[in-house]
Design a protein around this ligand. Structure first.
Ligand code: 5AD
Ligand code: SF4
Length: 433
């Protein structure tokens, strides 16, 4: 155990996706193992780490605003400030030039270096952003997980697709895959600790290829499905270009794989999809939705939408709105297009005016809200199976969980049902059940 880390109090804030959450969980575990202590606030900490997201300009701005607060705190007390993740990788040393209060910068591939950086190098400024083509191993009990019920398991990282709007290939690097033997080791470990649900993570899970024996995503799902004790298996993110009928079939045939899929469409217009370099058309996407629903009529589908991509006409936008009405997703995540450095689309004129993007986004969200309210209302009176994840954060008299479709369900119970599956009768709902 490093003397310098013993009793060091640290606080960590995570922006961005589930993979960032999982990276932070691993870092917390690692720092704890080195003797440091997780603290409840930056004010009571010696070290603050910010895990960052670069996917939109707004995500990046959130870092600068939090950094502002941390800089003010650093004037009042001794504080080490570290920035990790995608913004760190994108800007490297430029970030320290812009914000000299930062002590170290580590990319998404280098955060396992943090304990060493802290014990050997500090107070020198350190920048560690070298990408490695190899999977960095870790032991499952080094992960300090937020939930005792549902766990993230990263299976691959990086992306080779170069969608024209997307910064991820430049921050997370090329695809690399975790060996299936290591994935199964972690899943079995989680089952032995009483976890009921796992969420397999990767920027494009469908292209998974086991580096040891060449097994693909289907074999991975089948193998994870055989692990005793894990009742619900989910995976995120799928790419419509790589999601095959055989994958839908294995979802249907595997007892524990939830009938739930996040399949980001981004736009309902084939010409915009081509400009985005997505590798499928509107009809290809709708065909996939068709075979998924034929196989699993109860499947819950969600998606991501970008409005205001360069060159998006009113007609292109209408096609996106129309696709939402046609598919009737359970949930969507929608964004205004934001030009990102290094991407192909950033070289195009950001032609859709700010106000038009905003109007389109509002309308998309209104259309979807109506759909969700209708769909959710139709569930009133049904009894649904819910995995109880804990108490409701705002009202501790309520329990909170999710159904198989990954919708939040709040409910009352006379006994403690945390970590258990319960049948819940739906008595009321909102658009965001
Ligand atoms: N502008 C707006 N939204 C973006 N996303 C990715 N890049 C951008 C961008 N430049 C969205 C996509 C992706 C989700 C994680 O973020 O919809 O699926
Ligand atoms: Fe954000 Fe993408 Fe990095 Fe996740 S991988 S933190 S979504 S930029």
């Amino acid at each position: 155990m490093s003397k310098k880390l013993k009793n060091l109090k640290f606080w960590i804030h995570t922006f961005g996706c589930q993979m960032n959450e999982n990276d932070s969980e691993r870092l917390v575990g690692l720092l704890r193992r080195a003797g440091a202590e997780l603290s409840v606030s930056p004010e009571s900490s010696d070290l603050v780490i910010i895990n960052t997201c670069a996917v939109r300009e707004k995500s990046e701005e959130k870092l600068y605003s939090l950094l502002g607060r941390m800089e003010a705190l650093k004037k009042r007390k001794k504080l080490i400030i570290g920035v990790m993740g995608c913004v760190a990788q994108l800007h490297k040393s430029r970030l320290i030039e812009k914000k000299p209060s930062i002590d170290f910068i580590v990319g998404p591939d280098n955060y396992l270096d943090i304990p060493r950086i802290l014990s050997e190098s500090w107070p020198d400024k350190v920048i560690s952003t070298r990408w490695s083509p190899h999977w960095h191993g870790f032991s499952p009990d080094d992960v300090s997980r937020k939930s005792p019920v549902s766990a993230y398991v990263t299976i691959m990282e990086g992306c080779n697709n170069f969608c024209s709007y997307c910064i991820v290939p430049f921050t997370r690097g090329q695809e690399k895959f975790r060996p299936l033997s290591r994935i199964l080791e972690e899943v079995r470990y989680l089952a032995s600790r009483g976890y009921k649900e796992i969420q397999l993570l990767g920027q494009n899970v469908n292209v998974y290829r086991d580096p040891e024996k060449g097994r693909g995503f289907i074999e991975l799902l089948e193998a994870v499905n055989r692990v005793k004790g894990i009742e619900w298996i989910r995976f995120i993110t799928s790419h419509p270009k790589n999601f095959s009928p055989a994958m839908a079939q294995v979802m249907k045939d595997s007892e524990h794989v939830c009938h739930q899929l996040h399949l980001p469409v981004q736009s309902g217009s084939s010409s915009i999809l081509e400009a985005m370099n997505r590798g499928y058309t509107r009809d290809d996407y709708l065909d996939k939705i068709g075979f998924l629903r034929d196989l699993m009529p109860d499947i819950s589908l969600s998606t991501d939408i970008i409005v205001g991509f360069p060159g998006e006409t009113e007609e292109d936008y209408r096609q996106t709105a129309d696709l939402l009405r046609q598919v009737r997703f359970t949930n969507i995540f929608s964004f205004c297009y934001s030009p990102r450095p290094l991407t192909a689309a950033a070289k195009k004129t950001d032609s859709v005016p700010f106000e038009v993007k905003g109007q389109r986004l509002m309308e998309i969200q209104r259309i979807q809200k109506d759909i969700q309210l209708e769909e959710n209302t139709s569930m009133i009176g049904d009894v649904v199976k819910v995995l109880c994840l804990g108490r409701n954060k705002r009202d501790s008299r309520l329990y909170s969980g999710r159904n198989q479709g990954h919708q939040v369900v709040n409910f009352t119970s006379d006994s403690d049902v945390i970590k258990r599956f319960v049948d819940v009768r739906i008595v009321s709902c909102g658009p965001y059940l």
